[in-house]
Design a protein around this ligand. Structure first.
Ligand SMILES: C[S@@+](CC[C@H](N)C(=O)[O-])C[C@H]1O[C@@H](n2cnc3c(N)ncnc32)[C@H](O)[C@@H]1O
Length: 332
C-alpha cells in the first residue's frame, strides 16, 4: 500500500460545537466592534480563521510526529518480516511487480481543468495522480493508465516539484498532452461522473473510462457530465449508492475513484472496493452501521481525500440492495 504522505492537514477547528461561542468570542486580529459589525457567517469564518492560526503550528508538529512514528513502526514491521522470511521488502516488491498482470482495462485521467483550480488544488490533484500511479503498481492486475491533456501548471509541477515522475514506468502510467477524444473511438469513451443518471455494474474492457482530473470542492457541479454530453460520449457513475447510504451528494476524489476501480478489477467486488477505499474511520461515532472488520485497515490503506469529501462523516455504510459482487468476475 502507499505510504501516508507527510502532509500536515488543517487542524480541526470547531466554532459551533466544541469551540467558543460567537457571542462571547474575543477577536485577536480585529476590534470587538469590527467583529460585531460582521454577519453571523462572517463572524464564524473569522473565528475559524483565528483559531486555525493559533493552533496550526502545534497541530502540524503533532501530525509530523505521528507520521514519523508511523514510518518507524512500518520499518520495524518490514525488518521483522524480512528477518522471519529471509525476503526483504525490496525483493517482495520486485516479486509482486513480476507477478503483476495486465487487466486489459483502460482508465484515462483527463487533466484539462487547470483553469478551474486554485494553486493548492493543482498541487492536490497532482498528488492524486501520484496516488493513482502507486495504486496501479500495487495492484495484482494493473490497468492501462493514461493521463491526457497534461499541460500548463500541472505539467510544470510534474516537471519540477514532482520530477520523480520522469522515472515512472510506462507500464503503470503514460502521461501525454494529447486529448482522449483524438486518441480513441468516440463510442468507446465513458466519462465517470457522479452526476450521471447511468450507474455501471460492470467494467467493459472494450470501453475507455475517463476520470476528471480536478479538485473543485464541489464548485463546479455537472462539469464533467456537461463535458461528456457536449462531446457526445457516454457517461456513468460508480454504483456506490448500492453500498453506502448517503446523507448528501457524494463526490469522490480522483484517486479514490481510481483505487476503487483497481480494487474492483483485482477482486471483482464493488463492495470490497468501496469499503477498502472510503475512509470509514473518519465517520462520526455511531454513524456507521457497517460491521466490517475489513474497515479496520490500517491508515496506509486509506488515502486521505483532498477536500472534496467533507461530508464523509455523514455517510453510512449499508448492505447492498442487490448482490453484484460477481459482476466483475469476467474481468479477472
Ligand atoms: C472531485 S471529482 C470532480 C467533480 C466535478 N465537479 C465534476 O463535475 O466531475 C473528480 C472526478 O472523480 C470522478 N468521480 C467522483 N465521484 C464519482 C462517482 N460517484 N462516480 C463516478 N465518478 C466519480 C469523476 O470523474 C470526477 O470528475
Amino acid at each position: 500500500m502507499m505510504e501516508p504522505a507527510e502532509k500536515p492537514q488543517d487542524p480541526p477547528v470547531s466554532v459551533t460545537k466544541t469551540g467558543p461561542s460567537v457571542d462571547t468570542y474575543q477577536p485577536q486580529t480585529i476590534t470587538l466592534a469590527e467583529f460585531r459589525s460582521l454577519t453571523r457567517n462572517q463572524q464564524k469564518k473569522h473565528m475559524r480563521h483565528e483559531l486555525w492560526a493559533s493552533q496550526a503550528e502545534e497541530y502540524k508538529s503533532k501530525q509530523r510526529q505521528r507520521n514519523r512514528e508511523c514510518r518507524k513502526r512500518r520499518n520495524q514491521r518490514l525488518a521483522q518480516e524480512a528477518a522471519e522470511t529471509g525476503i526483504t521488502a525490496h525483493q517482495r516488491k520486485k516479486q509482486r511487480l513480476q507477478a503483476q498482470v495486465r487487466s486489459g482495462h483502460c482508465i484515462v485521467l483527463d487533466m484539462d481543468f487547470e483553469d478551474k483550480m486554485e494553486e493548492k488544488e493543482i498541487k492536490s490533484v497532482c498528488s492524486q495522480v501520484m496516488r493513482c500511479y502507486g495504486a496501479n503498481r500495487m495492484a495484482s492486475k494493473r490497468v492501462d493508465l493514461h493521463v491526457t491533456q497534461l499541460h500548463g501548471k500541472i505539467r510544470e509541477r510534474f516537471e519540477t516539484a514532482m520530477d520523480q515522475h520522469v522515472g515512472w514506468s510506462e507500464d503503470h502510467i503514460v502521461m501525454r498532452d494529447a486529448e482522449y477524444i483524438d486518441m480513441y473511438d468516440k463510442d468507446k469513451l465513458v466519462y465517470f461522473t457522479a452526476d450521471s443518471p447511468n450507474v455501471i455494474d460492470v467494467l467493459d474492457p472494450e470501453k475507455i473510462y475517463i476520470i476528471g482530473g480536478i479538485v473543485d470542492k464541489n464548485r463546479y457541479p455537472r462539469l464533467t457530465l456537461d463535458k461528456a454530453e457536449a462531446q457526445g460520449i457516454g457517461h456513468a457513475q460508480l454504483p456506490i449508492g448500492k453500498y453506502i447510504k448517503l446523507s448528501t451528494r457524494k463526490v469522490m476524489t480522483v484517486n479514490q475513484i481510481f483505487e476503487m476501480i483497481v480494487r474492483f478489477v483485482d477482486h471483482g467486488s464493488w463492495k470490497t472496493a468501496f469499503q477498502d477505499v472510503i475512509p470509514l474511520r473518519k465517520f462520526k461515532e455511531g454513524d456507521i452501521e457497517a460491521n466490517d472488520d475489513e474497515n479496520d485497515d490500517d491508515d496506509e490503506n486509506n488515502n486521505e481525500e483532498e477536500g472534496d469529501d467533507d461530508d464523509a462523516e455523514k455517510d453510512q455504510v449499508v448492505e447492498p440492495t442487490q448482490d453484484i459482487d460477481g459482476a466483475g468476475s469476467d474481468h479477472k
